[in-house]
Ligand binder design. Structure first.
Ligand code: SAM
Length: 225
């Protein structure tokens, strides 16, 4: 398996399902507590919608948060251990499914909103998600992404698309073998939306008041009816 590949991302997340679920359930990540959890919930709630799909739902916190706001929510994730954990909480419906296998045969319904919260990490897998989004959204449906802000996470490397090595810095010692991720510039994210026929309705940069830096990049694309 190549070290910098979509396959390696899944391999790594499978190994880290348990510490990840613990970190989320114990709200260990400060930027999520202070900024990004509320930002993504507010973004979905700003849309008039009923049916939502959370792609890369992890242990399901967002599915639970949106279900309690009255949405009908399905979560999918490639990692069985995370989906099992999500199901055990008992809200929403869940399915083990890799992005690469999303098609009309694996998802039988259409949704008003598809949401990805820090879950678009790879190259080809993300391109596939964008290609399939118009087929799984209802007319006027929205695709909402919250991801690392490219200006905040570029570091000293050139501001160019490309694979980056992962790190569990700041996480507990229970985490192993960090997943690589594919860096995208702002322009590349916007191109993915337009390439799928989605119009960007809103771009937001939620700021962490403690650091004065953007905690994330949030984009809402809409499928023309
Ligand atoms: C950083 S976690 C975010 C989880 C969740 N969205 C949250 O907000 O806590 C990234 C998630 O994306 C999932 N993921 C990454 N690549 C995937 C793929 N190709 N297919 C399905 N799930 C994937 C991982 O299994 C993991 O649960």
């Amino acid at each position: 398996m190549q070290a910098l590949s979509d396959q390696k991302i899944l391999d790594s997340w499978k190994k880290n399902a348990s510490p990840w679920a613990k970190a989320i359930e114990e709200k260990q990540i400060e930027s999520r507590r202070l900024v990004t959890d509320q930002a993504i919930v507010d973004a979905v709630c700003s849309i008039t919608a009923k049916k939502v799909i959370d792609l890369g739902c992890g242990e399901g916190w967002l599915v639970r948060a949106l279900t309690s706001q009255g949405f009908s929510v399905t979560g999918i994730d490639a990692v069985q251990g995370l989906v099992d954990r999500a199901k055990a909480h008992g809200q929403g419906s869940f399915k083990v499914l890799e992005y690469e296998n999303i098609c009309s045969g694996t998802l039988h319904e259409k949704y008003d909103v598809a949401v990805c919260n820090f879950s678009l990490l790879g190259k080809e897998s993300v391109e596939h998600v964008f290609s399939i989004i118009p087929k799984i959204l209802n007319d006027n449906g929205c695709f909402i992404i919250q991801t690392l802000h490219p200006h905040a996470c570029c570091g000293d490397l050139p501001y160019l698309d490309g694979w980056r090595e992962g790190s569990w810095q700041g996480f507990s010692e229970a985490f192993v073998d960090p997943a690589p991720w594919y860096f995208r510039t702002l322009e590349s994210w916007f191109d993915l939306f337009s390439g799928s026929g989605l119009t960007l309705d809103r771009v937001a940069e939620p700021v962490n008041k403690k650091t004065g830096k953007p905690a994330s990049l949030l984009m809402i694309g809409r499928l023309a009816s």
